[in-house]
Design a protein. Structure first.
Lengths: 369, 369
């Protein structure tokens, strides 16, 4: 059972990855809480709860309070946080109440933020149900919601007491969501893990099939979390290294904004964003054509990335509000080899435009064929 | 020019108190920002800006961007934060933007919270314009907004880069607001500063008159901030000692809730809350009748505390949602002498009810006479 430690100046906690873990939640949570009878409130979505509540509750002596939030990026806004906070207050939750975030990235981000600001901070545990949340958003302490002006513009750093990952949860994920989550695994491989890169290249079939067992997928999840934890341990607050986790996200976020967060799954947008970023890298000579081919092939291997409609110039304009900017400068993450990256600040709008046009050309080609 | 240092595990900064300071803001802010041309955004209320913008801007080479928030506790809610955040994003504010909170407690609490959660945290400076904000809310890093379910139930600990206090700003305050602010000074004296207590007893006339100069008032402001900073330096996160700052606030917050945050100024509600808390202390023998008399006389000296309508039982019920509770236990602050307090956890609802009834009896007596 892999246990990966996150250790930053503001918190230390473990990410536990174990198939079947969901049936053994309560004793783990009680131990983490340090209380004999912790006061628990679950935040989840109706869909997740319908599928998994029986297994989730199997180890609980008495069922905890459950608050619901509809799934979907469009609910990741402050009014949802206010409503949940009001429900917590009405339920009598105090500073010793422990929240359990059970769901995908939206549930985890909102619940983490709710925990960060309810009574100026209460503890929470991440129990991610989607692959995307397991490999990325449930680790690292970033929490938050969107503004009309952009994604994740409101938030806090607030680490969970623990992240509990049961890879069996992804057995019921629709294939598109599985593939969307795997784009973040591809990202982890490209930026920092050549061994994971090769494993993803060579085991796509077993990983995507989730059959006969989920060993291959569990290995991908574990390696991806290890990359994330390792980066966060070095740079919790994104003053430097942590920016590499943003690979593919500059254009990816612009694509999500241009399509109103409705048309593509997050991982699909990030997939296209990685293609665009690879073009920037190729055009500057940061990577060779051969490296470009291997990396873009891997991205598409975990596709298909669905087509969408947007002007290249519009996408570039939308990157201007990217919150990775500091004093007007845009940080951009470029691969320099398989599993190695650099952060640069001099990528021009023209370079971005050219690369985005190449990405859109690829999209047209794929749609034709 | 008194400079009081706040030094906690999460931040170190200075509170500077100087009459006339408002005319010299820009060089101070530039130095604090560490930038030659800091990107600044002021958050203020239309009223404050109308009165003071000329003096505020006197030292600025170019005027900064200004965002407005109407004054008043009823605007201290999440939708106001969302609107301001959206305006910041539209104005292109990034992680290096420095917010200037210029106004009373509501402006300071909201702007501090906005700074805490905009892009997961940007810097801000407190420039409090009311006495209440100067002696209390602008120091200590507590930021936040209200929920329908209660006051300050949403928030963060986020310290300012500095707090800049110009006592001349209180020269234009309506007398009721001045007296409201002085209730927090009275509180500081009761809980921790016998010398300030005596000074408040003996100089009420000069303090309240703000004439011929504001030396007496400046001394009260400075001493009150020193109490607050000293307490926060020992216990930033309110795990122990910091709870003493809550003296008078258990019933005070209940009074504000019962009157819909509209009828009384914060300090007026806290004044009544102090009277109720003094009754609890007297009834248990924590203080003598003579100590009770001196303390309640001082509270009324900085009155008048206006009457309001509420059942004692209703007020006690409303204390149940007080966020100082931990696992259902209510922390209650009791004076044990002039300038000394203890925190107890065994004050019963019956004791609170009796004390609240005594407070209401005093109110009826004062209204008659």
């Amino acid at each position: 059972m892999p246990v990966i430690n996150v250790s930053t100046p503001s918190a230390t906690y473990d990410v536990t990855i174990a198939p079947g873990l969901l049936r053994t939640l309560y004793p783990r949570i009680r131990k983490l809480s340090g209380s004999k009878s912790p006061r628990l409130v679950v935040v989840t979505s109706p869909n997740i709860w319908k599928l998994w509540s029986k297994r989730f509750l199997a180890s609980f002596p008495t069922p905890p309070e459950v608050l619901f939030l509809p799934a979907g990026e469009r609910f990741k806004r402050l009014p949802a946080v206010e409503r949940l906070a009001q429900e917590l207050a009405v339920a009598g939750a105090d500073r010793d109440t422990l929240l359990l975030a059970f769901g995908g990235g939206v549930i985890g981000d909102i619940t983490g933020f709710l925990a960060a600001i309810y009574m100026r901070g209460i503890p929470y545990i991440q129990i991610p149900s989607t692959l995307l949340a397991q490999v990325d958003s449930s680790v690292g302490g970033k929490t938050g919601v969107n503004l009309a002006a952009g994604k994740n513009l409101i938030g806090s750093f607030h680490h969970p007491l623990a992240t509990l990952v049961d890879p069996e949860l992804v057995l019921t994920l629709p294939p598109a969501e599985l593939r969307s989550g795997l784009q973040e695994a591809v990202k982890s491989a490209i930026i920092r893990d050549p061994a994971l890169f090769r494993f993803l290249e060579q085991n796509a079939k077993a990983i995507l099939a989730r059959k006969p067992d989920i060993k291959a997928l569990t290995r991908v999840v574990t390696a991806s979390i290890r990359v994330k934890a390792n980066v966060v341990n070095i740079d919790e607050r994104e003053n430097g290294l942590r920016m590499i986790l943003n690979f593919g996200h500059t254009i990816g976020h612009a694509i999500e904004a241009a399509t109103n967060y409705k048309q593509l799954l997050h991982g699909q947008a990030i997939g296209w964003g990685q293609i665009a970023a690879l073009h920037v890298a190729l055009n500057r000579g940061s990577i060779t054509q051969k490296q470009f081919d291997r990396m873009s092939t891997l991205v598409h291997q975990y596709g298909p990335l669905p087509p969408f409609k947007a002007q290249a110039s519009r996408l570039v304009t939308l990157t201007a509000s990217d919150k990775k900017r500091r004093s007007g400068r845009r940080a951009f993450v470029l691969p320099i080899a398989i599993g190695a990256t650099e952060i640069v600040f001099d990528v021009t709008d023209e370079e971005l435009l050219t690369a985005t046009q190449s990405m859109l050309a690829t999209m047209r080609q794929l749609t034709k064929s």
